[in-house]
Design a protein around this ligand. Structure first.
Ligand code: NAI
Length: 283
């Protein structure tokens, strides 16, 4: 008995890195998996270093070699036709969709002052718009099926906390947080949970960061069980959470609203008073 017997899962961007580990783990728990990946380079370009249109098919071969069930899909999450084709491909192959893992991503880092509009648009399109489009089509299908569903989005420490040189990526990932919270509220009545993963792992996206040099204990395989938890019935009715996984550390992100401070007689604050009472306001 696997945790996901008879379930159909889609994992976007699953041709390598975290998505590959997630697809392999979900399949090992009995899910039939649609392995999606456009096979682009780290920056999303089809002709860049590391681009490989066959990467999704290789993961499908790995799943089948281990006795699992999987099909390949190479459509892009970043436009409506591609996102719809991904959901349709899962339905055509396996008859339904129970789980969607929105994992596909690219990087185009530059400081705010040097970032170009195409760099902004490309990153926001894959992460934020792609997550929106796939979630919308998959949720529609899950609602029609009437059996609930599990959606796992992928945010980032960069989006939750900010990070130097990643204005486009951090904005997209923070947007995914807002999207997750709103989708969780709207889809609750259909028994569809929507949670997000904030991973840290050594992949082609992060391998040149100083923190990963000589480090072999922060792998995609350390992170994938967090996705499995949120994709399975072990998650129960928990929704709208951000589960963070980094090596052996499992934790969570939450937005904090302070208690604040009220002025007497419902008077409006002046800017000078805000300066004077700053510590009490943000405590
Ligand atoms: P990766 O580059 O190995 O994986 C991303 C995959 O998405 C690639 O295989 C790529 O071909 C695919 N992809 C790109 N554009 C696509 C599109 N339009 N449609 C379909 N597939 C597309 O990188 P990694 O690290 O595995 O990243 C996976 C996710 O985790 C990303 O969303 C990333 O932002 C996120 N993440 C990763 C962290 C880490 O420490 N590795 C930290 C925080 C977030």
């Amino acid at each position: 008995m696997g945790l996901l017997d008879d379930k159909v899962a889609i994992v976007t961007g699953a041709g390598g890195g975290l998505g590959r580990a997630e697809a392999l783990l979900l399949a090992s728990e009995g899910a039939k998996v649609l392995v999606n990946d456009v096979g682009g380079a780290r920056d999303g370009k089809a002709d860049g270093d590391g681009a490989d249109p066959g990467m999704a098919a290789k993961v499908v071969e790995e799943i089948r070699a281990a006795g699992g069930t999987a099909e390949t899909n190479t459509d892009s999450v970043a436009n409506p036709e591609g996102a719809k084709a991904i959901i349709d491909a899962a339905v055509a192959a396996f008859g339904r969709v129970d789980i969607l893992v929105n994992n596909a991503g690219i990087l185009r880092d530059k400081t705010l002052r040097k970032m170009t509009e195409p760099m902004w648009d490309a990153v926001v399109a894959v992460h934020l718009k792609g997550t929106f489009l796939c979630t919308q089509y998959a949720a529609q299908r899950m609602i029609e099926q009437g059996d609930g569903g599990r959606i796992v989005n992928t945010t980032s420490v960069s989006g939750m906390m900010g990070n130097f040189g990643q204005a486009n990526y951090a904005a997209a990932k923070a947007g995914i947080y807002g999207l997750t919270r709103t989708a969780a509220i709207e889809l609750q009545k259909y028994r569809i949970t929507v949670n997000a993963l904030a991973p840290i792992a050594k992949t082609r996206m992060t391998e040149d960061l100083p923190m990963f040099q000589g480090m072999d204990t922060m792998t995609p395989e350390h992170v994938a069980p967090a996705t499995l938890f949120m994709a399975s019935d072990l998650c129960g009715d928990r929704t709208g959470h951000v589960l963070a996984a980094s090596g052996s550390r499992m934790y969570a992100f939450r937005v904090v609203e302070t208690r604040g401070k009220f002025k007497d007689d419902n008077q409006a604050w002046t800017a000078e008073e805000i300066a004077e009472h700053w510590d009490a306001i943000i405590k």
